[in-house]
Ligand binder design. Structure first.
Ligand SMILES: Nc1ncnc2c1ncn2[C@@H]1O[C@H](COP(=O)(O)OP(=O)(O)O)[C@@H](O)[C@H]1O
Ligand SMILES: [Mg+2]
Length: 563
């Protein structure tokens, strides 16, 4: 029997798409087939191959039984009516832009609800398309962001709303089909997404600031298929210039929807609905209580300055013109805050940056293996007295010795003190107190203006900063692993990422002096230098039986290809 003529046209299309291997199944066709009488349907199946028939049947069955299918072209409806959640205006706009545009870029400030929205987008895509036809790929700069931020939300949505299929750590399966997954590809690995295709393909890049060019381009290469969407979301990177994200945000191929802090409800006065995403036990509150607010912006402006790169990126959502020669890009320092796989080691080492004048801080940092934190910060006149400062350091030493004792360490705790100015007196006192039996740690006077161990560096200060750079530099061959974990506050992160380096006439690496940094950025990097001292081993500074690892990398420091 010949099928009625009106059926043939979509059928031709369907068969053609199928043969292309793209497998685009037009939902209009599915709905029409669902509405057909028995005879009509039999006629249609009569002209399909066995494989095509199986495929269509599966799509029909899934689609017919799927209560979410009605939101297929209504992502806002999916979230607001389907999930019963609230959105603020820009979140609605973004969802609609993703429905209507192949490529969408959202350069945004801190906490306007980017990741929150990305999770809903993923749920919409997978739930509302016929099973077996949708595919979502998600990524972010680090795997921790993928697993601990985006996918936590996806899994929560999936279980709360009984969405189709099953989710595990970073994967969503329907039957045996993996219809969504998260990954973070090492910077150079463009093969990570090669060969991904599906009738409906959604790629979500959260925290896009650190995505490499190669990976970004391989996403773009996937955009050739029929119904494909690429959504690129994130904070503009503070100090990486010419990132793939920045290029996407200035490309005419992308629909770009920027969100500055001043566009968000707490600034515009937009009234938001009650939050319906928190658990019911939580007191009723509006969505806006979760979003970036004036207090946060004021703090950032106060801490970093109105036109600092941090403020430009995190508040205004603009791409700062970064200094090209940062010793430690902010991205590295920030991702070390979430590093759950630091290098192994359990030595206890202290670093002491002594306040040089009333304005600076006395800071004591403690490294436990490769996990570092601040154990003391104070400022004020008291820090001008060597005795008072030494007493504070002694407290930190006693605490550190208790930890080492608990681990039955044979070697001593090392305490590295910046011995310039007041520090000189502090070192003398601490060494004296050691002889008197008040502690048994190795007190090391570090004079950072002395010659470094390696001739590549102008002085120990340069070597010390470069050491930290090596320990924080992500290893692209090992999923961007870093050796150091930093349990520190935002101010410390900002200080770590402030110095610039240059070369002197002898080709050695020079790091900006504290004074230059203070003049340029308004802050003295005391917290950063206490950390650096804790993890740095100065040449010839090793006293007694202290066992100290040497971590200076001997590769060519000018080779910045990994940066
Ligand atoms: N529409 C919303 N309803 C309820 N909570 C929201 C909404 N949008 C964002 N949030 C919450 O606001 C906080 C910040 O959002 P998030 O997506 O993490 O911000 P970012 O833009 O930094 O990724 C999170 O706790 C998130 O769950
Ligand atoms: Mg986020």
């Amino acid at each position: 029997m010949t099928p009625p003529l009106f059926l043939l046209r979509p059928l031709e299309n369907f068969a053609q798409f199928f043969l292309w291997g793209v497998g685009v199944l037009d939902e209009g066709l599915v709905l029409r087939v669902l509405g057909m009488g028995v005879e009509e349907r039999a006629a249609l199946f009569g002209v399909l191959s066995h494989e095509e028939r199986l495929w269509l049947m599966r799509a029909l069955e899934g689609f017919a039984g799927n209560p979410w299918a009605r939101f297929e072209s209504d992502p806002v409806g999916f979230v607001e009516r389907g999930l019963g959640e609230s959105l603020w205006s820009r979140q609605r706009e973004i969802l609609e832009a993703v429905r209507d545009n192949k490529r969408v870029a959202v350069p945004a400030c801190h906490a306007p609800g980017k990741t929150h929205l990305a999770a809903r987008m993923v749920a919409w895509w997978i739930s509302c398309h016929p099973p077996g036809t949708a595919q979502v790929v998600t990524t972010a700069t680090t795997f921790r962001q993928v697993r601990n931020l985006l996918w936590v939300q996806i899994r929560r949505l999936h279980s709360k709303h009984k969405l189709p299929g099953e989710t595990s750590q970073v994967e969503w399966k329907i039957g045996s089909d993996i219809c969504g997954y998260g990954f973070s590809a090492p910077a150079w690995d463009e093969t990570a997404v090669q060969g991904v295709h599906a009738p409906h393909l959604l790629i979500v890049v959260d925290e896009a600031g650190g995505i490499s060019n190669k990976l970004g381009q391989s996403f773009e290469a996937l955009m050739t298929g029929g119904h494909t969407r690429l959504v690129v979301i994130g904070n503009p990177p503070v100090d990486i210039e010419d990132s793939w994200f920045e290029r996407a945000c200035s490309s005419p191929l992308y629909k770009v929807l920027p969100i500055s802090a001043f566009d968000t409800p707490n600034f515009t006065g937009e009234t938001t609905d009650l939050c319906r995403s928190c658990p019911p036990e939580v007191q009723p509150h509006n969505v806006s209580t979760h979003l970036v607010d004036k207090e946060w912006v004021d703090e950032v402006v106060h801490e970093f300055g109105l036109d600092s790169p941090f403020t430009i990126a995190r508040v205004h959502a603009k791409f700062p013109r970064a200094a090209p020669n940062k010793v430690i890009p902010m991205q590295w320092a920030e991702s070390a805050q979430e590093n759950d796989r630091p290098a192994s080691g359990d030595e206890i080492r202290l670093g002491v940056d002594v306040a040089a004048d009333g304005g600076d801080e006395l800071v004591i940092a403690r490294a436990d293996g490769y996990r570092v934190k601040l154990v003391h910060t104070s400022s004020g006149l008291a820090n001008a007295s060597a005795v008072d400062v030494a007493a504070k350091v002694l407290e930190a030493i006693n605490e550190a010795e208790l930890i080492a004792l608990g681990r039955s360490h044979k070697h001593r705790v090392t305490v590295k003190v910046d011995g310039i100015g007041v520090g000189w007196g502090v070192v003398g006192l601490l060494q004296q107190w050691g002889k008197e039996g008040r502690h048994r740690s190795a007190i090391i006077n570090v004079n950072v203006s002395r010659s470094a161990r390696s001739q590549k560096f102008k002085n120990q200060r340069a070597e010390m900063w470069w050491n930290a750079r090596q320990l924080l530099m992500p290893d692209p061959e090992n999923d961007n692993a870093q050796q150091l974990r930093l349990d520190v506050d935002r101010r410390t992160i900002a200080q770590l990422s402030s110095p610039l380096y240059s070369g002197d006439s002898a080709g050695r690496i020079v790091i900006e002096s504290k004074r230059e940094i203070k003049r340029r950025s308004g802050v003295s990097p005391d917290r950063a230098e206490a950390i650096l001292l804790a993890i740095y081993e100065p040449p010839g500074g090793i006293v007694g039986d202290a066992i100290v690892p040497i971590v200076i990398d001997q590769t060519n420091p000018w080779d910045l290809s990994a940066a």
